[in-house]
Design a protein around this ligand. Structure first.
Ligand SMILES: [Zn+2]
Length: 65
């Protein structure tokens, strides 16, 4: 997927292990954000055995320049 033509702001979450997660493009911002949150939560559980709440993930979000 290319980054061109994306409407709205792109969000990025950086895990403490260095992994980066980006909201998938081509979706509505709210859907993309939801998927991003799910991906981060899944990674935190699988890779770090951590249970992240939705709000914690949201707090980790950065705006992609
Ligand atoms: Zn990680």
């Amino acid at each position: 997927m290319s980054a061109k033509g994306v409407i709205g702001v792109k969000k990025l979450v950086r895990c403490s292990c260095g992994l980066e997660f980006r909201a998938p493009s081509g979706e509505a911002t709210t859907d993309a954000e939801k998927h991003l949150i799910q991906a981060v939560k899944r990674h935190a559980k699988d890779a770090h055995d951590l249970d992240f709440g939705e709000e914690q993930v949201v707090a980790m979000m950065e705006i992609e320049p």
